[in-house]
Design a protein around this ligand. Structure first.
Ligand code: SF4
Length: 219
């Protein structure tokens, strides 16, 4: 999986890493460390399926667009929506080449079942902020689809949720520009962390992985 980003935008998908553990996010997005485990491979498979049927499809009053590139200038993030459903709505926005007006609704595909944590909702709200900026509209709902339950869940995208996303992304931008990797803060979440083997919690209480590697090379 490629977690490189260009110099100007952070990857939107990093919000879920940051919410899970800011150190995990920094190891992946700042230090470019990555280790695949079965969960991440399964996650990629689910997204591949969602992004697969290239481009767009028209179903009754819906235009379904897959793998749509999105970005937000205010948040300085960019990424991709698995699916955006554009539902015909007289109060909606116009789309190039279409006579009707549409209301955009983001749909994010996830592996497994709904989580206890809120990372999926935050990621969906970040997608909504990008779409709002791109289409100059308000998006108040989206869906999370889980491959294990094969069910999609309505998520109300409130102003409070979007405000939370803005606060998280402000922190991510600050860490990224300072090249700051938070110190180890272990907890139950470490058990399911894909970076356990390179986080080196016992060794890294005082130094970053790159500092550790440099020190080892000097020894
Ligand atoms: S092992 Fe724990 S502290 Fe280290 S990156 Fe993973 S979740 Fe964060």
């Amino acid at each position: 999986m490629d977690y490189k980003q260009d110099d100007s935008y952070l990857l939107l998908s990093g919000i879920q890493h940051f919410q899970f553990c800011p150190r995990q996010w920094a190891l992946i997005h700042i230090e470019q460390q990555w280790e695949e485990n079965s969960r991440t491979v399964e996650g990629q498979h689910v997204h591949k399926k969602a992004d697969d049927s290239s481009a767009r499809e028209k179903r009754k009053d819906k235009l379904i667009v897959r793998g749509m590139a999105i970005k937000s200038e205010t948040l300085n993030i960019s990424g991709q929506c698995d699916v955006v459903e554009f539902v015909e709505d007289s109060a909606g926005v116009s789309l190039y080449g279409n006579p009707s007006l549409y209301r955009p609704i983001p749909v994010e595909y996830k592996r497994g079942k709904p989580k206890v944590g809120r990372e999926d909702e935050l990621q969906l709200a970040a997608q909504a902020i990008c779409l709002e900026e791109m289409f100059l509209c308000q998006i108040t709902e989206g869906y999370l689809y889980y491959n294990e339950t094969k069910h999609r869940h309505l998520v109300l995208l409130s102003d409070a949720l979007k405000q939370e996303v803005r606060a998280i992304v402000t922190k991510m931008n600050s860490y990224y520009h300072r090249r700051y990797t938070p110190k180890v803060k272990t907890g139950p979440h470490c058990k399911s962390c894909s970076l356990q083997n390179i986080c080196l919690p016992e060794l890294m209480v005082r130094e970053s992985v790159s500092e550790y590697m440099e020190r080892r090379l000097r020894e």
